[in-house]
Write a protein that binds this ligand. Structure first.
Ligand SMILES: *Cc1c(COP(=O)(O)O)cnc(C)c1O
Length: 430
């Protein structure tokens, strides 16, 4: 399945890089086979190392909402590079990017830029702990918030128990500062707040989950989180690294009408370069150094090239949303959903496509997925055959059941028709 050029590169890569990759999901372990090495990408199309063309639904795992190598984003990065790539001093671009973010997400009254979503989440939760003077953080099983020690935790036995390390190398004492609850389970949140509300610094949540595949919040779930945080005197942190500027221009908080205390962003706000952002309530953000006692820093934070890519992306999104960009993304997402559903119906396969706007996941099962254990119960072997088959037919879908696919502004009718052809050919063989 993987081309000869990629196979040769993978063999060399595997001698030096663990698993041949610099981030584990890229290794195709969950679906078998070997990764395709990418030579270049334009619009909705990826070009493999051997020159093969693929319709791309990974979009670099979320950032490429305008498509790859958008000419205006490329020009902005080139122009910025010609003025020097990093100064370790403030720039006008950072001010413009901060203003563009605050315009789109009014809950963000102050913000700090980082170089990744992981760092943004770490900064947000340190600020939440510093502001409240409390240690405990609650998260939801199946939500991913980057690689911080106290967030790579899984549920212990029983509900609302302390987290257990979900990776080697994480001290149990650190994992135990996190409580893990089932997603969409309002009662579990209420119980936690009743029992331990006074210890709780923050509840962090993906307001639409992308990291167990796409799982929307149940009606009332986000409202309940808002209410329970207020009851506990804890901060509500929306991790919108994936959903920000994706499920609506103003993120999930705009789509569902909930105002979090803190928000984390990444992916789209970097336009394909490394950027993370955390921000929110002014009184909380004023605890961040140099204004306050919560330390957080980064040599390349607000890097001029990354800021140029992010700023141009947000400028284009702001201009195009007035011309119906998010409606078009919604329609393209719905079209892709129906392509999968029709192919599955014709092949008499059980399939749940879960979608919020332009992010979606096909689960091979007949019941909806509202929490992690449902996602884990979907037919992973059939998903692996789906992934391989689509790849053979020129469609690059995320190589894990637990990842969402993304439609970009560059997925036009032709790209969707190529996808329909692939799905019609593949589903009958699953
Ligand atoms: C991708 C992601 C992160 C981590 O961002 P990185 O830039 O990979 O560190 C955190 N939270 C969510 C919801 C994400 O999707």
């Amino acid at each position: 399945m993987s081309d000869r050029v990629s196979a040769e590169l993978f063999e060399r890569a595997s001698k030096l890089l663990p698993g041949g990759v610099n981030s584990p999901v890229r290794a195709f372990r969950a679906v078998g086979g070997q990764p395709i090495f990418i030579r270049e990408a334009h619009g909705a199309e990826l070009v493999g190392a051997d020159g093969s063309s693929y319709v791309d639904y990974v979009g670099s795992w979320g950032p490429m909402i305008l498509g790859h190598a958008h000419p205006e984003v490329v020009a902005a990065v080139q122009e910025a590079a010609s003025r020097g790539s990093s100064y370790g001093a403030p720039t006008e671009g950072e001010v413009l990017l901060a203003e563009a973010i605050a315009r789109a997400l009014p809950s963000i009254e102050m913000l700090r830029m980082t170089s990744s979503g992981t760092e943004a989440v770490m900064g947000a939760l340190r600020a939440a702990r510093g502001f409240t003077g409390r240690d405990l953080v609650a998260k939801f099983e199946g939500c991913y918030h980057g690689g911080a020690d106290y967030l790579l935790v899984k549920a212990g036995s029983g509900l609302a128990t302390l987290g257990e390390p979900d990776s080697a190398g994480i001290p149990a004492a650190i994992a135990s500062t996190t409580v893990v609850l089932p997603y969409n389970d309002i009662e579990a949140v209420e119980r936690l707040v009743t029992e331990r509300g006074s210890e709780l610094a923050a509840i962090i949540v993906e307001p639409v989950v992308g990291n167990m595949g796409c799982v929307p919040p149940a009606p009332g779930f986000l409202e309940a989180l808002r209410a329970q945080c207020d009851r506990a005197g804890a901060l509500l942190v929306f991790d919108e690294v994936m959903t920000g500027f994706r499920v609506a221009h103003g993120g999930a908080q705009a789509r569902f009408g909930i105002r979090p205390d803190l928000t984390t962003l990444g992916k789209i706000v970097g336009g394909g370069l490394p950027v993370g952002v955390y921000g929110g309530r002014r009184d909380v953000m004023q605890t961040v150094s140099p204004l306050g006692p919560v330390y957080q820093a980064g040599t390349l934070s607000g890097n001029p090239l990354a800021v140029a890519a992010g700023l141009k992306t947000l400028e284009l999104l702001e201009a195009q949303q007035e011309q119906g960009l998010y409606d078009r993304l919604e329609a393209a997402g719905a079209e892709l959903q129906s392509i999968f559903e029709q192919a599955a119906a014709r092949a008499s396969l059980p399939l749940q496509v879960q979608r919020v706007g332009s992010m979606l996941t096909p689960y091979f099962r007949s019941e909806p997925v509202t929490r992690f254990e449902h996602a884990a119960a979907a037919d992973a072997e059939r998903f692996a055959r789906f992934h391989r088959g689509m790849l053979e037919h020129g469609v690059y879908w995320p190589c894990s059941q637990f990842e969402a696919g993304f439609v970009s502004a560059a997925h036009d009718a032709e790209m969707l028709e190529r996808t329909r052809g692939a799905a019609d050919a593949v589903f009958g063989t699953l």
